[in-house]
Structures are given as structure tokens and as C-alpha cells.
Design a protein around this ligand. Structure first.
Ligand code: ADP
Ligand code: MG
Length: 706
């Protein structure tokens, strides 16, 4: 097809330019069409320089009166230009890339610039503004307020393209790119090209593709530009969701899981024996899970819920149903501490019902391990809890029907898969206490069904969170001492960053010793960190759980899942060094019982981003809200696990957080298509199939839990 011909076939593109563009991944006219403007400059938003106010981000246009490098020599030179539009002038300053800017801007040039206006020494200034060369006529037109001024093949909305350093060096700026894109549009009249079926386009009221492309580059109005962006976003979301939808179909086609149709004595007795009532959210989620388990379609579900929302209990309901149907369950957790803790609570709840629960952790005595392995193989052990020790070859089950993976994001695809492969086709429940916004979940985990526990069990007292500057932390220890004296327990956590592991560890150990000898003298302190043997860690945890220790001092090994309801104080040292998700996890260690709890974020002087993070912690305890804020700070991809990030970072135009409605409608359409034509073999889907294979099929290696 012509749009996939070489770029040199375009006016204005010789071998040199073609090579530069190719290095950026732009090899064909189609790639050019897909190279959407980074921003648009709207003439109607251009402001008069004379009316600029301090601190506002604006676009202005004018003529360059002066331009020169100041403070020559190597170190501190800068490039300064003065831009004037007849109503006033503004000084533009660049401290970095001085030579580059100096070579591109000269007196007499007409520029549009975008940046933050400021006043220094009574003069208007902008530092490192974005800029765009305009034709002189254009600038004059702008100054005179003409509506019909002659901007090169644009309406009043001018596309601005981002250009890499290499492109700039090769003399390709935004304006020249615009020329080339225009040449591409001229040469290849887009007409009937489509990558969606006419039905879909009509049903979702989308702009036809060729029109959308044109409007993306040369918008005729804001409304049309918006419609074009919607069309492009929708298409992108549709195809990424199609990936999930087809994967799901594939899974269902080849597999059938045991249908757990028998709801029996164990489930009934488990429910009847609960000392509390289930929350509405728990009931709903259990219903969703039971519906899956009763069908022969393998469950493939992600359960999200904040720390302490009662996910483990839901998991136990699932295991009870499996047991009622004569099937084994495997429950995998990321750390020994957590595995042991789950083991203890599963045993407490399930053993009375006649379910034999066993632990499989890393360094068990050989004899104990062999007994467990034999029990799993013979079927006498019904529930196995463990770390990744469970995925070893030697472990085999006689009739494994249900696989549950806690804190699933801490495992890799292969580990999850290895556990699933212990059975022909088990039901799978993934759990995570790092809740993420629903649309983000769809973007990253679109092949999973989603269950959410969004309410906490009743009677929980929200944790009071305070920010405490380093120099005021004495009062934190005083508060801690008072709590301990009234019978409660406390955590003190130190950061452990991989790069400075040794120093961090030393500072945690030293602090522990110092605290024991000074402010916390007389209290029973325990120390726990990653360098200790599992046995030692476990014995410290045991003592803390049993109430034989008042204060647990440690690095972040206590982060995940530790459940000691009597603990009411969480002190996080150097809180500014923790990420939001981690802070939230840590705070979740307290507020688990009926006593009021406090979380103290002790911090050094704060940078902007750290202050945003800690501010968010103080403002809300809603895990979903926190991950939303986190995504805002770090980017959506960083909030998802490594494997899912690819799906999100692959989105060029849609925003998985902001485009929730488009996501839903695109997802629905993609799943409908996958149901109707799972092989995409119908005539009317040829186009979709080829677009899918060309651009999306190999998108990522995400949670392939098939
Ligand atoms: P999660 O796994 O989501 O962190 P858990 O299932 O461990 O949460 O529950 C946290 C604590 O709350 C446990 O001690 C559990 O027994 C208790 N719990 C669970 N569900 C309820 C409920 N509906 N009402 C009261 N307490 C509950
Ligand atoms: Mg948990």
C-alpha cells in the first residue's frame, strides 16, 4: 500500500531527512500520520505581552528584537532574546542548550512562545519557554488580530510536534515536520481507510479514520479536534482490550475447570462459625467467586481490597467450597512471614472444620517437608499455604482445584504459572492489597475478572496520621511509650533502599540499640530485618504476635500483611524515602483492632514530590485514592506491576486514568467482537484482524495466566 512506501517519495524529504526520521521510528507516510502533535497552539489563546501577569503559563507571539549569548566562556553562559508584539516585550532566557537555541533564534524572527511568565527586576521574563517559528506574515497577522492571516497550511490551531535532539540537529524542527506531514497528506489522499468496521464506527459515533487523522494534524476547530482525539483514543483502547478479550477466549476454548457445584457442610459450618458478620462487599465478592467456581469455566479473577478489608477471609470461603467438593487448594504468599501468618490463621479457622492445612516454606526441616509433600500427593492435606517453595518440582497435588496468590504483584508471570501448572486447569484467584483505580486495572489486567472489596469491616477506627519533622520526633516516642504502657504494641520502621542497603541496615540496627538504651529504655524491643535467618525472623515475629515484645523495630520486611491487631502505633522513619504504596501498606499494619491507632511519618526537610506523597497520606486513607495520586505523581505505568506497565506505556494517546468512559465502551465492544468472532475470521473483520496483528498482537508479555 502506498502509505507504506518510503518517505523519500515525499516532497521535501531527501535521503538525509529520511534517515533522521527513520532513526525516530518514522519510516513511512503512515508513521508520519501516526506522529501526532504534542501540543496545539491556539491563536485564540495568544495573549498580549503587555498584559502578562506574574506566574501564569501563556502563549505569546511577536518579533525577536535582540538575541545574544551572555556571560561567554564555558560555565555560566546563557542565551537571551527579547520578544516584542507591540504591546510590550518579554525576555526569553535559556541556561541550557545555549548554543542550540542561539543558532535557531535571530533578530527579526517571528516566534510564538509558550512558558511561565515572571517578573525579574521589573522586566517580564520567561525561562526555557517552548517556541515555534512563525512566518513573518503570520506574526504580523497575529499582531493585527487578523483572523485570516496566512499561517502555513493551518487554521487557527497550529500543531506543535515534539522533536528529538537528533531531529533538531538534523535541522528538523516542529515547523518543518509540519511541512512534511502536510506533504504526506497531499500525496496520499486518505479516503476510505478504516481500521474499525462501519458498524462500530456508527454505533459509537466515531469520526471516520481519514478525517480523524487530518483533524489530528490540522484541526479545523476545537470540537473537531476533540472528536478526532476521541476517535484515536477509542481505537487504541479497543485494540488493547481486544488483546485481552482474545486471550480470554483462547483460555476458555481449551480448558475446563472442575465445577464446584456441591455447596456442603464445610462451607455452611464455616459461615455459621464466623464471630462477625460479613461486610456487604465481602458477600458480593464471595458471590462473584462462587459463581465462577461453580461453572466449568476456569476462574481467572483479581481480587482487590485495601489492607485489612478482609480478603483472606474471602479466600477461605473459596477454599471451603473447594474442600466441600473434594478438591485441594494452594495459597501462595510472597514472604515467609506472611506465609506463616496465613498458615496460622487458616489453621485456626479451617482445622476445626476437618480441613488439614499444611505449610510449605523455604527452610523447613526435611522431615516436616516430606510429610507435607506426602500429604499433598496422597490428598490427605487439603490446603497448602506457602511461599514460592510451593512451585518446586517435588511438590505435587493429588487433586488441586483452586490456586490463590496473595500480593500477586510480588510474583512474576512464570512463578504464577508454575503454581497453576500443578493442576490441569485450576481456578485461579489473584489478590492484591495495592488497589488501583478501576480503569487502570482494565488497562493492565484486562484479561482478568475484577472483584473489589471497597468497604472496611465495621468498627475499625481510622488511623490518625501525622507528619513529624525529624527534630520533633521526641514527642513521637513519648506517645509510643504511653501507648505501650496502656498495653498496646508498636512498630518503628526504617527505610531500606537497595543502593544503600548496608548503610540503611546499620542505621536501623544502631537506632534500635540507641532507642533501647535511651528513650525507650525499659520497653521490650525486638529487631527484625532482611539479613536475619528465616528462623530468627520467625521467632521475633512469634514473640511480637504473642505480646512478648512491645515494639518491633525493623526494615520493611514487616511491610506486607503482618496482622497483629493489638499494635496501634506505626512510626515510619525517613518517611520521605518511601513510595506512596509502601507507606500505605505500612500504615495498614495498625488500625486492625478495636483500639484507636496512630501513624507517625517522621521526615527530613521535604522536596516537592515527597511533600505531595506525605500530604496524600495525611489527607486520605482510601487505598484507591492513594494509588490514583500515586499514578498522578509517578505515571500510571509505574503504579502497575512491571509486567502490566507495558500495556499502559504502549498507549500513545489514551490516558488510562482520564479516559474511563472511552475505556469502558471500547472494552465492551472488544469483548463483544471476541465473542462473536474469536478467530477474527469473518470477512467483515479482515481489516481489524490485520491491524491487530500488525500493531497490537505482540504488545506485551503481561499477566499471561493462561
Ligand atoms: P486482608 O487480607 O484484606 O488484609 P484479612 O482477611 O486478613 O484482610 O482481615 C483482616 C482482619 O479483619 C482479620 O483479623 C479478619 O479476621 C478480620 N475480618 C475480616 N472480615 C471481617 C468482618 N466482616 N468483620 C470483622 N472483622 C473481619
Ligand atoms: Mg492480607
Amino acid at each position: 500500500m502506498a502509505v507504506f512506501s518510503p518517505l523519500t517519495s515525499l516532497k521535501g524529504v531527501g535521503p538525509k531527512r529520511a534517515a533522521i526520521l527513520e532513526a525516530e521510528g518514522i519510516q513511512t507516510p503512515q508513521d508520519l500520520f501516526d506522529y501526532f502533535p504534542r501540543r496545539y497552539l491556539d491563536r485564540s489563546t495568544i495573549r498580549k505581552i503587555g498584559e502578562l501577569r506574574d506566574g501564569e503559563s501563556v502563549t505569546v507571539a511577536g518579533t525577536v528584537l535582540q538575541a545574544r549569548i551572555e556571560g561567554s566562556g564555558s560555565g555560566r553562559s546563557r542565551f537571551r532574546a527579547v520578544l516584542d508584539d507591540g504591546t510590550g516585550s518579554v525576555e526569553l532566557t535559556w541556561f541550557r542548550g545555549v548554543r542550540y537555541f542561539a543558532s535557531g533564534i535571530a533578530p527579526g524572527d517571528a516566534l510564538a512562545v509558550h512558558g511561565k511568565a515572571g517578573f525579574f527586576g521589573g522586566r517580564r521574563q520567561m525561562q526555557h519557554p517552548d517556541f515555534e517559528h512563525l512566518g513573518v506574515t503570520a506574526a504580523e497577522g497575529l499582531l493585527q488580530g487578523h483572523t485570516d492571516y496566512e499561517l502555513f497550511h493551518t487554521g487557527r490551531i497550529i500543531p506543535l510536534y515534539s522533536t528529538s535532539a537528533a531531529m533538531k540537529q538534523g535541522g528538523l524542527n516542529s515547523r518543518q515536520l509540519r511541512t512534511i506531514v502536510a506533504a504526506a497528506f497531499e500525496r496520499f489522499t486518505l479516503g476510505s481507510e478504516e481500521n474499525l468496521t462501519p458498524d462500530i464506527v456508527r454505533m459509537h459515533d466515531l469520526l471516520p479514520l481519514s478525517e480523524a487523522y487530518r483533524e489530528m494534524h490540522f484541526p479545523s476547530s476545537h470540537e473537531r479536534l476533540e472528536a478526532a482525539r476521541t476517535r484515536m483514543k477509542w481505537t487504541e483502547l479497543f485494540y488493547t482490550q481486544l488483546l485481552f478479550a482474545l486471550r480470554r477466549k483462547e483460555l476458555e476454548k481449551n480448558r475446563s475447570a472442575p465445577a464446584l457445584t456441591h455447596s456442603g457442610e464445610i462451607t455452611r459450618r464455616f459461615y455459621a462459625g464466623l464471630p462477625f458478620t460479613l461486610t456487604g462487599a465481602q458477600k458480593e465478592v464471595i458471590r462473584e467467586i462462587y459463581r465462577d467456581l461453580r461453572s466449568a469455566r476456569p476462574m481467572n479473577r483479581l481480587l482487590q481490597g485495601d489492607v485489612g478489608s478482609g480478603k483472606t477471609l474471602v479466600a477461605m470461603f473459596s477454599m471451603a467450597l473447594a474442600a466441600d467438593n473434594g478438591l485441594q487448594s494452594a495459597f501462595m504468599a510472597p514472604t515467609e512471614i506472611l506465609a506463616v501468618q496465613h498458615y496460622l490463621s487458616l489453621k485456626r479457622w479451617l482445622s476445626p472444620l476437618g480441613i488439614d492445612v499444611a505449610l510449605l516454606a523455604g527452610r523447613q526441616p526435611k522431615r516436616a517437608r516430606e510429610t507435607v509433600l506426602a500429604g499433598l500427593e496422597s490428598g490427605s492435606v487439603t490446603v497448602a499455604v506457602g511461599t514460592h517453595a510451593m512451585i518446586e518440582k517435588a511438590v505435587s497435588f493429588s487433586r488441586l482445584g483452586l490456586v490463590i496468590i496473595d500480593e500477586q504483584h510480588r510474583f512474576g508471570v512464570l512463578q504464577r504459572k508454575a503454581l497453576q501448572e500443578k493442576a490441569a486447569s485450576p481456578h485461579v484467584l489473584l489478590m492484591t492489597a495495592t488497589p488501583i483505580p478501576r480503569t487502570l486495572t482494565m488497562a493492565g489486567f484486562g484479561d482478568l475478572d475484577l472483584s473489589v472489596i471497597d468497604t472496611m469491616p465495621e468498627g475499625r477506627v481510622p488511623v490518625k496520621t501525622s507528619l513529624v519533622p525529624e527534630n520533633a520526633k521526641k514527642r513521637v516516642y513519648e506517645a509510643l511509650r504511653r501507648e505501650v504502657e496502656s498495653g498496646r504494641q508498636a512498630y518503628i520502621v526504617y527505610p531500606l533502599v537497595e543502593e544503600s542497603e548496608k548503610i540503611d541496615l546499620r542505621s536501623a540496627v544502631e537506632s534500635y540499640e540507641e532507642l533501647s538504651a535511651t528513650v525507650l529504655a525499659g520497653l521490650r524491643l525486638g529487631l527484625i530485618h532482611g539479613q536475619m535467618s528465616p528462623e530468627l525472623k520467625e521467632s521475633v515475629m512469634d514473640r511480637f504476635r504473642a505480646g512478648d515484645l512491645d515494639v518491633l523495630v525493623g526494615t520493611t520486611v514487616i511491610e506486607v500483611g503482618v496482622d497483629v491487631p493489638n499494635a496501634t502505633v506505626m512510626v515510619i522513619e525517613h518517611a520521605e524515602r518511601f513510595g506512596l504504596a509502601q507507606l500505605h501498606q505500612l500504615r495498614g499494619r495498625v488500625g486492625r483492632g478495636r483500639h484507636a491507632s496512630g501513624c507517625f511519618l517522621v521526615h527530613a526537610p521535604l522536596s516537592g514530590e515527597a511533600s505531595e506523597r506525605l500530604g496524600a497520606m495525611a489527607a486520605t486513607s482510601d487505598g484507591f485514592r492513594i494509588s490514583e495520586i500515586d499514578a498522578g505523581i509517578r505515571g500510571a505505568g509505574n503504579v502497575l506491576g512491571r509486567e502490566q506497565a507495558g500495556m499502559v506505556s504502549g498507549l500513545k494517546i489514551a490516558d488510562p486514568l482520564l479516559d474511563a468512559l472511552l475505556m469502558q465502551s471500547a472494552r465492551k465492544a472488544a469483548f463483544a467482537l471476541a465473542s462473536e468472532d474469536p478467530e477474527l475470521e469473518k470477512r467483515e473483520h479482515v481489516m481489524i484482524r490485520s491491524c491487530y496483528l500488525r500493531h497490537y498482537h505482540d504488545r506485551s508479555t503481561l499477566a499471561d495466566i493462561g
